[in-house]
Design a protein around this ligand. Structure first.
Ligand code: FPP
Length: 222
């Protein structure tokens, strides 16, 4: 979800105004995807590198996340959405912990779309964590080296309960993955749009999905 800062600049607003409008695009995207029957939607909200932003911006983003959790929980329950986060939740501020726990707990048995927010997420850190867990199990004699395969590694990532993504959308004209789902995106279709995240709406989403539907996915075969 890139381009909030540039969106704000365009209108001569402070950067945080871009994030606030980005949240509106989040709400709309979640609603449309859930109604379309999309099985899983993962939104990259805050990377492990984003802690390096000014303190007031980090705080604003965390407050937005807290507000999102509190306000959207009833809608998630109504729409049978299961809420998850990917990333390290223990470093998130205290004020996020309680609404986060509640959203995770109350939606855990929902069978509709899985909505994951990537927060304090970094794909390389995730892969390191998986390595550490696997090596520990080997040292404890619970696993042998021969057991290491793609399924085992996938099973030790934050996304262990999710399928690999079919489509990754990045807004704002940047054409990189920026440490997002590096292992999981091996066969994902990538879609880049110049649209800044706060302007991402139904038409933009439909265009991305239509483009995706026309891609020929050979998955390495002929
Ligand atoms: C990147 O744009 C965006 C972020 C780091 C924050 C994304 C957050 C939201 C969309 C709102 C909050 C979402 C939830 C789920 C609570 P940027 O700020 O780097 O934009 P720029 O590259 O134009 O400066």
């Amino acid at each position: 979800m890139d381009g909030n800062g540039r969106w704000a600049k365009k209108f001569d607003h402070p950067r945080n105004e871009g994030h606030r409008n980005g949240l509106t695009a989040v709400r709309e995207t979640v609603e449309i995807c859930s109604n379309l029957g999309i099985k899983a939607l993962t939104l990259y909200a805050f990377s492990t590198e984003n802690w390096g932003r000014p303190e007031d911006e980090v705080d604003f983003l965390m407050r937005l996340f807290e507000g999102f959790l509190r306000q959207e929980l009833p809608t998630m329950l109504k729409n049978n959405i299961r809420f998850m986060i990917i990333g390290d939740k223990k470093n998130l501020p205290d004020f996020v912990q309680e609404p986060l726990k509640e959203a995770l707990e109350k939606t855990k048995d929902n069978q509709g779309m899985v909505l994951s927010i990537a927060i304090n997420y970094g794909s390389r850190k995730e892969i390191i964590m998986a390595f550490q867990q696997i090596v520990k199990k080997i040292q404890e004699g619970k696993l042998s080296v021969d057991h290491i395969d793609e399924k085992l590694i996938s099973g030790h990532l934050y996304t262990s309960e999710l399928s690999d993504p079919d489509l990754i959308i990045r807004t704002s004209g940047e054409q990189r993955l920026s440490n997002f789902l590096l292992w999981q995106s091996a066969y994902a279709e990538l879609y880049f749009t110049e649209t800044l995240w706060p302007d991402f709406n139904r038409d933009e989403l439909y265009l991305a999905l239509e483009t995706f539907s026309q891609r020929e996915r050979r998955l390495g075969k002929v």
